[in-house]
Design a protein around this ligand. Structure first.
Ligand SMILES: [Fe+2]
Length: 232
């Protein structure tokens, strides 16, 4: 996976094991941390521990009883979350509001999977108002998860709702094909500034514990680019 990431030009990876997911065995935070510590000396790619939190009843219970204690946040500021297939806007909105009250910014993983058309745009726009951020999958944009997902992912980008593109890599092939193909496609479709925003600047800001730049905030993107840190 690391070799494929290096070949794709990746310089930092936020590792996001499934957490609170009914379909995946949980991983202990200590184990994940020690595994990354073992791997880190073998690569120049910076490895960061995060987690993909499934908004299950277990998650809600852990949040109510233990607050942030069992969450894998990035820089103590961002939390990657995913919804179940039958999630409703009101229920998810309430859980995400609780995360905001705890001072966290929810990063919604693959929003393109949850709805389509106008309903998806309205739902995600409402979550954006709540302070949520959005990451689409390169697989979705490249059509690897079906036409519906592809259309939804492209619509979300066109409406300026997306802050970053993630590989969601479960295997090296995801990094070797969909991710670089998607970068090339975004450059062609939206230009190199948007590609830089979604693939370089915002992921870099998030990994630094800084808020990503909004799609429409061209001035802020210029400021970040002129500081040059994200190219390092
Ligand atoms: Fe996911």
């Amino acid at each position: 996976m690391i070799q494929a990431a290096r070949a794709a030009g990746v310089t930092q990876i936020v590792c996001t094991p499934h957490l609170f997911h009914p379909g995946f065995a949980g991983i202990r935070t200590d184990d994940a941390r020690s595994r990354l510590a073992e791997l880190q000396p073998e690569t120049e790619i910076r490895l960061i521990l995060g987690g993909e939190h499934y908004l299950s009843s277990d998650f809600v219970q852990a949040l109510a009883e233990q607050g942030r204690a069992r969450l894998h946040t990035v820089c103590d500021l961002f939390i990657l979350v995913e919804f179940g297939p039958f999630s409703q806007p009101i229920t998810t909105g309430n859980i995400l509001r609780r995360l905001r009250e705890l001072g966290l910014f929810p990063l919604i993983a693959h929003p393109e999977r949850y709805e389509s058309g106008k309903r998806l745009l309205q739902w995600m726009s409402a979550l954006k108002e709540q302070g949520c951020l959005f990451v689409v999958n390169s697989r979705s944009l490249m059509g690897a998860d079906g036409r519906k997902c592809e259309r939804a992912a492209r619509e979300l980008i066109s409406h300026g709702l997306i802050h970053g593109v993630a590989s969601d890599a479960h295997a090296p092939e995801d990094l070797a094909s969909h991710y670089p193909d998607c970068l090339a496609w975004i450059e062609r479709e939206y230009g190199s500034r948007v590609a830089k925003l979604l693939f370089v600047v915002n992921p870099w800001l998030i990994a630094q514990g800084r808020l990503p730049v909004d799609f429409a905030d061209s001035d802020q993107l210029d400021r970040i680019l002129s500081q040059g840190g994200c190219n390092a």
